[in-house]
Design a protein around this ligand. Structure first.
Ligand SMILES: [Fe+2]
Ligand SMILES: [Fe+2]
Length: 315
């Protein structure tokens, strides 16, 4: 009996220490190291959907990397679930944020219609992922949904910033992903601040491996979906070059996504991309935000500004 109790203590002690350390760091970040106030502006835009879609109809894009294209389709296949999650788990005090997320979800539906018109309904290949995300983020339980939504919002910057550093892959990124990423960078700090009001330690610990596996399925599921639906690409030499480009990028993305989720959501460090994602000589967040904006303008995407609101965030 004594042996049993000692073994149990020996097994549980490290886990208790880890949970205790997480709880202490969260407490310090929430109540002691609050940081300086920063102003964050969120803008509601009315986008011209024809201009957003024109990239697909003008003979472009010259898709250089089929796996990146599949990865973009995967994003467009499930991202609206996260948008609905933010709408569901935040309140009216951030109405402009909810409206921005609602627009993202609507863009996706409009995008699906365009794809059907073009007789290429690529997003259907990701229905399984959509259903899985929908169940986990919106239906199984509210605290789990808040945790997973928080994890994705806390790490959304990584899957915009790092792929765009691989400039030779640009033509393979579609406008919908770039536009969505552009506004995700704009509202990430405000979203996290509001979602953190409802997070719970136990659910965040339970949800962390699920969130990591969620990214894993997207990043490393894309080549599988691509090959299963287009097996003939296995006979093209270019496919293997594409994979050599794709695979190291996804390993990097998986690592930085898990890192950001642990730091900014699980441990509650305030979301400050400048401290964690620096390009030498540049402010990572600002430069990626501006880069997305310029790329969209260069591709002829147009919008009107409906209204803006400013929020104070501490970091
Ligand atoms: Fe969104
Ligand atoms: Fe968002």
């Amino acid at each position: 009996m004594l042996d049993y109790i000692l073994t149990l203590c020996y097994t549980l002690t490290p886990w208790c220490l880890v949970v205790g350390a997480i709880a202490v760091i969260r407490y310090l970040n929430r109540h002691i190291f609050i940081g300086e106030p920063h102003e964050h502006k969120i803008t509601l835009r009315k986008i011209d959907m024809d201009s957003l879609h024109s990239y697909y109809t003008k003979g472009e894009p010259k898709v250089r990397n089929v796996f990146i294209q599949e990865w973009s389709d995967g994003f467009n296949g499930f991202a609206h679930v996260v948008d609905y999650g933010v709408m569901k788990y935040t309140d009216e005090s951030v109405k402009i944020l909810q409206e921005q997320e609602y627009q993202h979800a609507k863009f996706r539906l409009a995008h699906l219609k365009y794809m059907k018109k073009d007789k290429e309904d690529r997003n259907l290949r990701w229905v399984w992922f959509w259903f899985l995300a929908d169940a986990l983020l919106l239906r199984v339980s509210r605290p789990l949904g808040i945790s997973l939504t928080g994890y994705v919002e806390a790490s959304s910057f990584t899957f915009v910033h790092y792929p765009l550093l691989a400039r030779w892959l640009f033509p393979s990124f579609d406008n919908l992903l770039i536009y969505h990423g552009f506004e995700e960078i704009e509202h990430a700090q405000v979203t996290l601040q509001r979602l953190k009001l409802h997070q719970s330690l136990v659910w965040d610990i339970i949800a962390f491996p699920i969130a990591c596996f969620f990214y894993f399925m997207w990043y490393f599921g894309a080549p599988i979906v691509c090959v299963v639906t287009k097996p003939w690409i296995l006979f093209q030499a270019r496919t293997y070059m594409n994979f050599i480009e794709y695979f190291p990028l996804m390993i990097l993305l998986q690592i930085v996504a898990c890192w950001d989720m642990a730091v900014f959501w699980l441990l509650n460090f305030p979301l400050d991309h400048e401290g964690f994602h620096q390009i030498p000589g540049k402010n990572g967040q600002e430069s990626t935000y501006m880069f997305c904006k310029e790329m969209l303008q260069k591709r002829g995407v147009t919008w009107d500004i409906v209204r803006s609101e400013t929020f104070t965030i501490f970091y």
